[in-house]
Design a protein around this ligand. Sequence first.
Ligand code: 2IP
Ligand code: CA
Ligand code: CA
Length: 377
Amino acid sequence: MADLLRLLLRVAEKAANVARVCRQEALLFQLLVQEKTGDDKNKKFVQDFKTLADVVIQELIRHDVGAQFPEMSAFIHGEESNKFENGLGESVTVTVCGTEQETAALLATVLDGDHAAASLLARAIHQDPATIDANTDGLTVPLSPSELGIWIDPIDATSQYIEGREEVLEEGRLSPSGLHCALVLIGVYLRSTGEPVMGVINQPFNYKDPAGGGWRGKHFWGVSCGSINVCSVSRPKDGPAGRLSVVLSSSEKPIVKEALTSLCGPDKLKYASGAGYKILCVIQGLTDAYVLSEGSTFKWDSCAPHALLRALGGGVVDLAKCLQSSSGAQDAHTELTYHQPYTECKGADRWANHGGLVAYRDCSHLRSIIGPLKGKL
Ligand code: 2IP
Ligand code: CA
Ligand code: CA
């Protein structure tokens, strides 16, 4: 299934292009950032356009993967629903059509007849992405499409994507917020056990071309399947033994912040936007772990980066299960899985990571983190 990996890298790049086009084309950008003024219909239209960028990206990934691997079609899930209601109250199902013109015509019905915007979007959807140099030659993955399912988060950290603050990333440093936190996440899991086995992360806004060519992206991938553990990011070298560093959401509970401040010290506790970006920081060694005590992430947020962490020898555990477990930290039952919904919940909550999570590169770090949190939550 190295073919699947190469395809996912390609579609993630296509998705990143759409995300960039929505910000770079004045006409689309205007729709994306328009202030909510005027009547309700206008407000709803602006809201819809933000969602439309997400839906379009998810559908293009679904379309391209389903075309090459039809056995997977019924198992490609994502954050967004492709049923859309336009400003006239009509229900439209957004899909990628056979030709650019057909896709443009369909999108125009969602965009209340804005043909110019619809054509720009359709062009980006149907454009072949630049070839990606991913060094996957010689990789064999002993899996078949009929064993696999996919989780897509078309744009994670949407709020940062819309706000669009441009940051210059410093090598080796975690940058808490800005456009670079927005990520395209595509994770592959085993239908039988729910283990994440392959992940692709595309960061559409990694740096701005100094020659004025706009934003350039970066991609990351990993495969973790039996004895095959390969990641495009090499395992960061262990620094001098010192205090652990942990990244949190700025909305994390005070009790968790306090417990972790005593473990890490105030300067090693960091905050950043985007669930996917925080796990990417752990993957890149910009921090040792990401702790989240609430059920505010979903399967589509964690599946892709989880596969990369496993390939590096780490993982993502359910925090609540870890705190209950007598062994205190990692065992096979505490790792997050991706195949079973919480049947007692409705809508997106069926796929929430309800127990919170800890993303880690090293089991010994996980144990150190769980200790101070025991009995506090
Ligand atoms: C969000 C996004 C948020 C994150 C939240 C996710 O996904 O990653 O940034 O909250 O958990 O569900 P926080 O930044 O506080 O960690 P989306 O942007 O796709 O809704
Ligand atoms: Ca998300
Ligand atoms: Ca999203």
